[in-house]
Design a protein around this ligand. Sequence first.
Ligand code: AR6
Length: 173
Amino acid sequence: MTLIRSVLGDITERHYADAIVNAANESLLGGGGVDGAIHRAAGPELLAECRTLHGCRTGQAKLTKAYRLPCNFVIHTVGPIWRGGSHGEADLLRECYLHALELAMAHGISSVAFPSISTGVYAYPVHQAAEIAVRAVRDVIREYPDAFEEVLWVLFDERTKMAYDCALASDSD
Ligand code: AR6
């Protein structure tokens, strides 16, 4: 039985899960938002490892160590930039969650904390993003019921938390 929930908080601040997910960009060389916070908290060794990865396509995911962060791994994924919704954004956002969880399973990681991918700088409408995120995670858990102890979202503001809580309440089994 996998616990799925959302909490309000800063994903870099305390131990939420074995792996945290970074909402990165295709360069994997850092940026603003949660990406900037993760690199600041992890220290320069994270950037050094990211340089060896040669970027990441939108919708894909890559794994690094977590260095000074209070977790064991960082799963870097790249969400789609919102361009009105007719450029495959929904499929790409779903792919981020599927690939992040596949990578976690491949490394025996049993708990994963996500931020709200794409809803900051990349401007994805938060209610739509939350529905896609919750559905994607539930689909993986249904297929692999023993893979994860917990999957959670660590959300930075009340409005985003409300959107995920709404999606968690409406798209339930
Ligand atoms: N903990 C949890 N959530 C956070 C934190 C934090 N410490 N900081 C911000 N958020 P964004 P994106 C929330 O912009 O939209 C970067 O420059 C934030 O409030 O971080 O996928 C990358 O390098 C929002 O709800 O990611 C890319 O260029 C959510 O995290 C680009 O931004 C996502 O906002 C990616 O944009």
